[in-house]
Design a protein around this ligand. Structure first.
Ligand SMILES: C[S@@+](CC[C@H](N)C(=O)[O-])C[C@H]1O[C@@H](n2cnc3c(N)ncnc32)[C@H](O)[C@@H]1O
Length: 326
């Protein structure tokens, strides 16, 4: 077996997501069998050795998938196994989280990256993966973002983490519609990036975003980012509320995936220039991930061709669902 093959792969995940991760692997009929498990860390074994290709398995609960080069009693010994890697990432289970340690260097596409995972004082694991589109550039898929004090909600973190994880290029030329926008963490993050937003939500917005609010959609300025609050439930929002030029659909509504995806289809019909969808799916139980094929099929039916479902480090019982027309 060469050093780019292994009998094992390991996944780094949010602590508490291990069961859902195993369910996903079973549902994909990959032939992967559970080998070892720790909070935030799961290893699998298969009958034939794994190659780097195995790491493309679409497992939403895995923030990072690596070929496992095994366990070592020290960090140095684990690191010695990663001599083929151009860049080394460090991760650790700490304060009940699977954390990535900040890394100053950004990976290049195709680059081989080693990960050393610390699970205890004498338990270090070494793994390898190749950087590829839609993989987080950060160790353990954890950007380590800090929410600004002025943000009215943690949704700021969820949006920023998703943009970084998937390397999404939204620009001030984009106009976003966000369902479930109150109190405004996502809208704030978008405004800070110079992106105008139509927010749909019957609830009240925070003053920090209302400072950029316009009273009528038709009065949107062209020289600065704006926010239009369509203060109603999503099902009552019309084409007129959206106006022209909407390019992204986002949702953070605390509604079932079925309700959110139904609204997504309706909004994409009302605004055919929508080129991207980013939804925070809120689950009552992560094991609902079994419904993944139906969620993806809804987006394929709308006309999206590139689909990703991913749990982010800042999520609890949530998943980010991304759809692009590429
Ligand atoms: C988690 S909060 C959203 C946080 C928000 N995205 C932010 O950036 O601060 C969920 C929101 O969904 C809204 N919501 C729930 N059902 C909705 C519906 N049918 N239409 C519009 N908004 C809805 C709630 O009013 C609530 O404000």
């Amino acid at each position: 077996m060469n050093h780019l093959e292994s009998e094992f792969v390991f996944a780094l995940c949010n602590p508490g997501s291990e069961k859902a991760l195993k369910l996903e692997a079973d549902a994909l009929a990959l032939g992967w069998r559970l080998s070892y498990q720790h909070r935030g860390f799961v290893t699998f074994k298969a009958d034939a050795p794994f190659s780097l290709d195995a790491l493309t398995a679409p497992l939403a609960c895995a923030r990072r998938l690596c070929l496992s080069l095994g366990k070592a009693p020290t960090r140095e010994e684990a690191q010695q196994r990663l001599d083929a890697a151009a860049l080394i990432h460090y991760a650790r289970y700490f304060e009940r989280k699977m954390q990535g340690l900040p890394c100053a260097e950004s990976p290049q596409m195709g680059q081989l990256i080693g990960t050393v995972v610390e699970l205890g004082p004498t338990e270090f694991w070494a793994g390898l993966h190749r950087h590829a589109p839609f993989l987080s550039p950060d160790p353990a898929g954890d950007a380590g973002l800090v929410m600004p004090l002025e943000s009215p909600s943690r949704a700021w973190l969820k949006l920023e983490e998703a943009l970084r994880f998937f390397a999404l290029a939204l620009t001030p030329a984009d106009v976003v519609v966000e369902l479930g926008c109150a109190p405004g963490g996502v809208v704030l993050a978008l405004l800070q990036r110079g992106i105008s937003t139509i927010g749909v939500d019957p609830a009240k917005m925070a003053d920090v975003v209302l400072a950029s609010a316009i009273a009528k959609r038709a009065e949107a300025p062209t020289h600065k980012p704006w926010f239009f609050h369509c203060r109603k439930p999503a099902a009552l929002a019309s084409k007129r509320d959206l106006g022209p030029g909407v390019t992204w659909f986002m949702s953070d509504m605390n509604q079932s995936p079925e309700v959110v995806l139904k609204e997504c289809a309706r909004f994409c019909k009302m605004a055919p220039a929508i080129r991207g969808v980013l939804i925070t799916l809120k689950l009552t139980d992560l094991l609902q991930i079994e419904d993944k094929p139906q969620w993806l099929a809804t987006l394929t039916d709308i006309g999206f061709t590139t689909l990703r479902l991913q749990q982010l480090s800042v999520h609890h019982k949530e998943l980010a669902l991304l759809a692009l027309k590429l």
